[in-house]
Design a protein around this ligand. Structure first.
Ligand SMILES: Cc1cc2nc3c(=O)[nH]c(=O)nc-3n(C[C@H](O)[C@H](O)[C@H](O)COP(=O)(O)OP(=O)(O)OC[C@H]3O[C@@H](n4cnc5c(N)ncnc54)[C@H](O)[C@@H]3O)c2cc1C
Length: 370
């Protein structure tokens, strides 16, 4: 019998397992994938996420993968693009990152194992076991494993959430589509973000001196976009100042990857014997690149709640209710910003970026600046 079973070993699951194991809990971490492996996702990590990697002692390992530290992000609006005002000169230096998921997730999994979590790769959870209403474990293949709590860190289509019928709220159906590819020889000035009429662009420097360049558009335009992915991708880039020229002068190193399945929702993240974290518990459009940073923030709250409950300091329902309340309070302004941006109905006003910056600041661990 484990203290905790964590289903899903990427950016939500592995650090959850790591932090619980570091507190002395007996943790099983399972994933149907094995590592290193990729997943459909660009991978910008905002400063509050990088600050958490640093606090967990993992920032150096991520930097050693050759993911460049990003110290500048510029948001451009309109056509021709006009840059949003830069941060005030007395603002603390910015530390963001965009490590490939192949390397980020591997660093996280390894850290969980090093902390003492037992890892089972290639383990696909098919169902949960129960004693009455209470979840008692997982079943997959021939194996059944039991724990005091089963944590679903298994992404937006979470089997844990599905099995426990976790209530969903604040739901907004998919608002946008997104496609990205990796390019060599495309110089970028830190991270570049463009808001055009009906489209958006994210361009990030990543590992191996490559640039990850993503475009997005309104969901209603998806079928038109899909008719010629490369042609339409380039047409959007051409509307972003000289970015189109820079990309054309580079070399595309990967195929285009994309999705039009980006629902927005919160789920109740706990119940008898179970909890949810990461995309399994809260999912938003990818346009603000918040999924990883959100997961890092929320999993710390979850681990704190479980520790308080398991050490007898607080009744579990009270500790978990607090986890949900804190998650929602911090996430809500960012959720509103993200979904309003994803509608791409009107050009955002510069003061919206100020509020976004403030909401990010509220996500920083105590004592750190954005
Ligand atoms: C196109 C796109 C671009 C994005 N860009 C960014 C960005 O720039 N920055 C950012 O922060 N976020 C971005 N995101 C969002 C980000 O990818 C997610 O928020 C993040 O991956 C969530 O992490 P997670 O650990 O919760 O879930 P996931 O990364 O989805 O991991 C879930 C894991 O659970 C495992 N699993 C699922 N079911 C089972 C099962 N039954 N049994 C065992 N294992 C199971 C899966 O194999 C997987 O490894 C983007 C997403 C998309 C789609």
């Amino acid at each position: 019998m484990y203290d905790a079973i964590v289903v899903g070993a990427r950016c939500a699951g592995s650090p959850t397992a790591m932090l619980l194991a570091r507190k002395g809990y007996n943790v099983l971490l399972v994933d149907k994938s094995s590592f290193p492996s990729d997943i459909m996702s660009t991978h910008y990590i905002h400063p509050p996420g990088v600050a958490r990697l640093e606090r967990w002692g993992l920032l150096d390992s991520v930097l050693e993968t050759n993911a460049p530290l990003i110290t500048k992000i510029t948001s451009f609006m309109g056509e021709p693009p006009v840059a949003a005002p830069p941060p005030p000169p007395d603002a603390p230096p910015m530390k963001a990152l965009c490590p490939r998921r192949t390397v980020l997730d591997k660093v996280l999994v390894d850290a969980a194992v090093e902390a003492g979590a037992e890892l089972r790769e290639g383990f696909s959870v098919k169902e949960l076991t129960r004693d009455g209403e209470r979840v008692t474990g997982i079943r997959g293949g021939d194996a059944t494993e039991e724990a005091k709590i089963v944590i679903g860190a298994d992404g937006m289509r979470s089997i844990v959430a599905k099995e426990v019928e976790a209530p969903e709220y604040n739901t907004i159906p998919t608002l946008s589509y997104g496609y990205y590819a990796y390019w060599s020889n495309v110089p970028l000035e830190g991270a570049e973000l463009y808001m055009l009429s009906g489209n958006g662009i994210l361009a990030f420097p990543t590992n191996d001196e490559m640039s990850c360049v993503a475009v997005g558009g309104r969901i209603d335009d998806f079928h038109e976009f899909r008719k010629d992915i490369e042609g339409n991708y380039m047409k959007i880039l051409e509307r972003a100042g000289d970015l189109g020229e820079r990309v054309k002068a580079g070399k595309r190193e990967t195929k285009f990857v994309g999705t039009a399945d980006q629902p927005n929702f919160f789920r109740k993240p706990y119940g008898p014997g179970w909890a949810l974290v990461g995309d399994a518990g809260y999912h938003r459009d990818f346009g603000t690149g918040l999924g990883i940073t959100d997961a890092f923030r929320d999993l710390e709250l979850l681990v704190e709640a479980i520790d308080l409950a398991f050490s007898g300091k607080r009744p579990i329902d009270e500790a978990m209710a607090d986890y949900e309340a804190k998650r929602n309070e911090i996430a809500m302004p960012l959720y509103e910003f993200t979904t309003s941006l994803a509608r791409m109905e009107e050009m955002p006003q510069p003061d919206l970026f100020v509020s976004f910056g403030e909401a990010l600041q509220a996500m920083m661990p105590e004592g750190a600046g954005v």
